[in-house]
Design a protein around this ligand. Structure first.
Ligand SMILES: Cc1cc2nc3c(=O)[nH]c(=O)nc-3n(C[C@H](O)[C@H](O)[C@H](O)COP(=O)(O)OP(=O)(O)OC[C@H]3O[C@@H](n4cnc5c(N)ncnc54)[C@H](O)[C@@H]3O)c2cc1C
Length: 459
């Protein structure tokens, strides 16, 4: 199509285009993170992959940057003045029970996949909330609740439908374009827009999982016990530990309302009886307030972490750790322990290792494979403590960073405004290879929002 001859993007797409001032503009730009407000020049609610291609060609010809939003869970900075492509209308979802694969459009959330796959006894490698899009999560690597058992979600990716900065659609898999396929497994959304992807499902119908909750006053004992415990558990036992400070709101159940608590989350594919045996040291390390560990239909995985179900304002900082040394435990307790009066909602430590360490054939762009833990602080910049949140995150980051690997996990990194900081999500070799691909595929940096990749200089 000759873009010079058309005056409006509306004529090019089957979906809808919104501009500032249109009635639904604010609703269309809003995402899960209410702390961020986008103000794009145009919002394209894509109805199909051709709409995505048309929007990209239009933006390129008009010299406008492009950003993508599926759910807004990964949104940390505002996108102003360009073309925002909303993918929530790309809702194709096909389960192939014979091949054990799912094909999903870019707007499909994990919730829909878990529900559609469950009748076949199958499930995909969903993270702590099924509210994120499969595509956005997988492009960032996708750290599943069952990660130590089955690896990263991106390890199970088979093929991708992709629109590049040239506005052309193509299929990318390990054979057709090994370099780009490598990058799309963990490199994030900086090289183009994915309109759909196909990935492997696993036999997952019931698991042993749940949470053990302690009073926050026992944080020191629980943290020390957790560090000892994770060193002895089987390779495929998955867990995380969170410092929780839930607000005194009616929707927060007693006894957690307005209280500081420690939340151990566990999940594994073995029996509940065996998990009970393995959990004995953690159940004995401090008085248990709530214990929900038992058999769980896999499709109900959300109950393990209990992430917020509705949009909230939030900001976060992440790190990767090699070890929870006694010195680091002390640092964490000083920052967010019982005597800290921390304003942060959640500070969580997820145990990595196991299958997460095994890269798939051909490798990928996941930079977190060798770490032992993710560390993430999350604050809600709202209410009376709003002003204290960012300083508390900065202080936590500054205190923990010297004890970290110096790197981050892309999906749980937070605050990506600074390219040098964002680049810590990859090894120097991975970052260089991604930057070379950026130079080939998007030299004018059409896709720059939320990303760290700048095109590598010509050699
Ligand atoms: C409560 C909560 C829990 C989470 N739990 C986990 C977890 O357990 N494990 C984990 O790995 N991550 C987790 N995350 C992080 C989440 O996976 C990332 O934020 C992910 O980017 C969200 O993708 P989205 O499409 O839903 O979000 P969006 O904000 O819509 O998109 C985020 C980014 O993804 C990219 N993107 C999205 N769609 C496309 C596309 N079609 N083409 C190209 N790029 C695209 C873009 O860069 C976009 O800026 C969690 C986040 C939250 C808020």
């Amino acid at each position: 199509m000759d873009l010079e001859s058309v005056s409006s993007l509306d004529d090019l797409v089957h979906g809808t285009v919104w501009r500032p001032g249109d009635q639904d503009y604010a609703g269309r730009t809003a995402g899960f993170n209410l702390a961020v407000t986008h103000s794009p020049a145009l919002v394209v609610a894509a109805a199909d992959a051709d709409d995505v291609a048309a929007a990209v060609r239009y933006a390129a010809s008009a010299g406008l940057p492009v950003a993508v939003q599926a759910t807004g869970h990964g949104c940390h900075t505002s996108f102003d003045g360009g073309v925002l492509v909303c993918t929530s209308g790309l809702d194709e979802l096909r389960i192939d029970p014979e091949a054990r694969t799912a094909t999903v459009g870019a707007g499909v959330r994990w919730r829909a996949v878990l529900d559609a796959a469950a009748p076949f006894g199958l499930g995909g490698l969903c993270g702590s909330t099924s509210d994120v899009s499969v595509v956005g999560y997988t492009l960032g690597g996708g750290l599943p609740v069952l990660g130590r058992a089955f690896g990263f979600a991106a390890d199970r990716l088979r093929s991708v439908e992709f629109v590049g900065a040239d506005g052309q659609r193509r299929t990318v898999d390990a054979t057709s374009d090994p370099d780009l396929f490598w990058a799309l497994r963990g490199g994030g959304g900086s090289l183009g827009i994915v309109t759909s992807m196909t990935f492997e499902l696993l036999e997952l119908s019931r698991i042993a999982a749940g949470g053990v909750i302690y009073d926050g006053a026992d944080a020191r004992e629980v943290l020390a016990a957790y560090n000892d415990w994770v060193q002895a558990v089987p390779d495929d036992l998955c867990s995380s530990l969170a410092f929780l400070r839930l607000p005194p709101l009616p929707e927060v159940p007693e006894p957690l309302r307005g209280r500081f608590a420690m939340h151990l989350r566990v999940a594994w594919t073995g029996s509940v009886a065996d998990l009970d045996r393995l959990l004995a040291p953690m159940r004995a390390c401090a008085p248990v307030m709530i214990d929900t560990v038992g058999e769980l239909p896999y499709r109900q995985l959300d109950v393990v972490h209990q992430d917020p179900e509705h949009p909230v304002p939030f900001t976060e900082r992440g790190a990767l750790l090699d070890a929870l040394t006694p010195q680091l435990q002390e640092v964490i307790l000083q920052q967010v322990g019982p005597d800290s009066n921390s304003p942060l909602l959640v500070v969580e430590i997820r145990h990595l290792g196991g299958a997460l360490r095994r890269a798939p054939a051909g490798g990928d762009a996941i930079g977190a494979r060798d770490a032992s833990f993710t560390f993430l602080g999350i604050g809600v910049p709202a209410g009376p403590a709003a002003a204290a949140v960012e300083p508390a995150l900065q202080a936590l980051d500054a205190a923990v960073r010297p004890h970290s690997t110096g790197r981050t996990f892309l999906n749980l990194h937070g605050v990506p405004g600074d390219a040098d900081d964002r680049a810590r999500a990859w090894s120097p070799e991975q970052h260089e290879r991604l930057s070379r691909l950026k130079a080939q595929l998007d030299p004018a940096v059409l896709f720059g929002h939320e990303h760290a990749l700048t095109p590598a200089p010509a050699s």
